[in-house]
Design a protein around this ligand. Structure first.
Ligand SMILES: Nc1ncnc2c1ncn2[C@@H]1O[C@H](COP(=O)(O)OP(=O)(O)OP(=O)(O)O)[C@@H](O)[C@H]1O
Length: 582
């Protein structure tokens, strides 16, 4: 894979959901490079996080979900390249931004003293209120009761008002009691804050020392920030002003004005604190507070030209997803009826997507739609064009969904269990279709499945997901013939294709850990028959097996006892060849 281009680079991704006052962590620190033109399968049991993982980079997370940490860099030259016209408005805006930045740059000279003043203020603030530890303790107590209350309230809603009156009464009384307790805790917290404030105000010696120190800092700061800035800084600021304009170039006027203001504030704050703006990462970080940074490349008298790093984890403007979702990254879901509108004809559904994304006439869109229908194997496409989804079989509907997904020529085609709802022979046809069309359309396949059996037919590489973590990834042959994580062993052992006559098929006992809690050690430990003591204590690192094969299990530590993989998968090669009639 070394010579392949990385299309999507996912680093330390963490995705969370807010659920009734609690936080569920669905993806826990996933790092993975996805290459151009490859086919990668994401495998795991239900709830492992397969869909959430792909939804995070397809811009489809549910509204209660959010990316808490990490980067998803999408390397797409077309989207990265940015050109904005240098009209009179642009010139005027760049000039005024430049002037502002030069003004803020004076503050850079005083940054050390500024930070000292902030630290002094912070110390005083803390004296006037609770310490962080005290605040955390008080907040945690209140939060726990609020969660209990919400759970009870939700439980009350499920009770039958005509038959469960007593239970409703009891629950209401408990809710009122909790309300009282929450109020009392809040009051106690406020009173404690008041007492701290009073004590701080009465501490005359401290206050006099504070005022004297602050006055000294202020004087020093005024002196330092009165100096003229250097030519070098002015030059840096000129490029910065152009980068600010390039970064907001795609917005309409009102939003542009708002974003420029936001960036001015972000740069002022950064300069005050002495952030090194010559450092690329730090400069990106300041832009990230408002939008993507577009790096300045060159210009002509008519236009500015730049390039940006597209970090899907940092998209803040929903309109930015419009350039990516469906267009660059398309998804085919398990049930085609969720993607198709039952009351619009198949032809109309395909043409409307083509017209929306490609801005072509209806006649041109119809011609493209018919071609696509033929490509995905719809016989008599012309006659079937005006049929409704219900007139198509399940397999044919899924072919239409694939046609719609391909109409924008996406770079990535996410297939979320696309064959699970179909019968076995149709499954094989759809898999073949996705694989065959890849040669023509050059997309990358990200294939989600709970069935490792399907993987052998479609994927070049496999990532095994457990409790929101990738616990093993490898080329498909390596994963089947030399799996290393006990969870992968368990998944393979439970493959129906490996079942032998008169033997009971292996099934994984127990349940995955709760995603609401912090996971200590290896998340699979409680279900792992090969569990070592360390599995329950410490999270294993990713161990390298080969350049293309990694597994997150302590069994790969040189100190671990030698463990044979289970009997059932020892000669998996022959068994699979037999199962697939190869
Ligand atoms: N909107 C949401 N709110 C709360 N929790 C969610 C939400 N969406 C997903 N989750 C949780 O995130 C975890 C991962 O879900 P995900 O759908 O990615 O699993 P999966 O591996 O695709 O399994 P399945 O095949 O069952 O869909 C699950 O525990 C799920 O309950």
């Amino acid at each position: 894979m070394e010579d392949k281009k990385v299309l999507l680079s996912i680093k330390d991704l963490q995705v969370k959901f807010r659920v009734r006052g609690r936080i569920l962590t669905a993806i826990r620190g996933v790092t993975l490079d996805i290459y151009e033109n490859e086919s990668i399968a994401i495998v795991g049991e239900s709830g492992a996080g397969k869909s959430v993982f792909t939804k995070a980079f397809a811009g489809m997370l549910d509204s209660n979900g959010f990316i808490d940490q990490g980067d998803i860099i999408f390397n797409d030259a077309e989207l990265s390249d940015t050109v904005v016209p240098l009209n009179s408005y642009a010139k005027k805006t760049i000039a005024s931004t430049w002037e502002k930045l030069n003004e803020y740059s004076k503050l850079e000279y005083g940054s050390e003293v500024f930070l000292k003043m902030k630290a002094l203020e912070q110390e005083k603030e803390e004296k006037m209120t609770l310490s962080e530890e005290e605040r955390e303790k008080a907040d945690a107590e209140i939060k726990e009761l609020v969660i209990k209350r919400t759970e009870l309230f939700n439980y009350k809603q499920t009770l039958d008002t005509s038959k469960e009156k007593a239970k409703i009464k009891e629950t209401s009384a408990e809710i009122s009691r909790l309300d009282g307790e929450i109020k009392a805790l809040q009051k106690a917290k406020e009173e404690k804050i008041k007492a701290h404030k009073q004590a701080a105000m009465n501490d005359t010696a401290y206050n006099q020392a504070y005022d004297a120190k602050m006055a000294e800092y202020k004087k020093e700061y005024a002196g330092l920030t009165a100096k003229e800035i250097t030519d070098e800084t002015r030059k840096r600021n000129e490029i910065l002003a152009k980068e600010i304009y390039l970064s907001v170039g795609r917005y309409k006027l009102r939003k542009k004005v708002r974003m420029i203001k936001k960036l001015h504030e972000a740069f002022k704050a950064a300069m005050e604190r002495g952030v090194d703006l010559n450092d690329e990462q730090k400069r990106n970080g300041v832009f990230d507070q408002a939008t993507f940074r577009v790096r300045y490349l060159d210009e002509t008298p008519e236009q500015l030209h730049g390039t940006c790093i597209i970090n899907l984890a940092k998209i803040q403007d929903p309109n930015d997803w419009g350039q990516i979702r469906g267009k660059k990254i398309a998804t085919v879901f398990q049930d085609p009826m969720t993607s198709l509108n039952p009351i619009i004809t198949i032809g109309k559904q395909i043409t409307s997507v083509i017209m929306k994304h490609q801005h072509v006439s209806e006649v041109e869109a119809r011609a493209q739609a018919l071609e696509l229908m033929e490509k995905v194997g719809i016989p008599n496409a012309e006659q079937r064009f005006d049929d409704y989804p219900f007139q198509y079989s399940g397999g044919m509907r899924q072919r239409i969904v694939i046609a719609i997904a391909l109409s924008c020529r996406p770079k990535i085609l996410i297939c979320d269990e696309p064959t699970t709802a179909l019968d076995v022979t149709i499954q094989a046809q759809i898999l073949k279709l996705i694989k065959d069309l890849q040669k023509e359309y050059n997309y990358t396949i990200v294939f989600i499945t709970h069935d490792l059996g399907v993987v052998a037919n479609i994927a070049d590489r496999v990532a095994v997901l457990y409790a929101g973590q990738i616990i093993e990834f490898a080329n498909v042959e390596e994963l089947f013939y030399d799996p290393r994580h006990p969870y992968t062993w368990a998944l393979l052992s439970s493959l129906p294709q490996l079942a032998e006559r008169n033997t009971k098929l292996f099934s994984i006992t127990g349940t995955p850990p709760s995603l609401y809690n912090k996971i200590i050690g290896d998340p699979f430990a409680p279900r792992n028959q090969y569990c070592l003591k360390i599995d329950t204590l410490e999270e294993p690192p990713m161990f390298k097996v080969t350049d293309t094969h990694y597994a997150k299990t302590w069994l790969l530590d040189p100190r671990a006892p030698k463990t044979e993989k289970p009997e059932a998968i020892q000669n998996i090669h022959e068994k699979l060849l037999k199962a697939y009639n190869l």
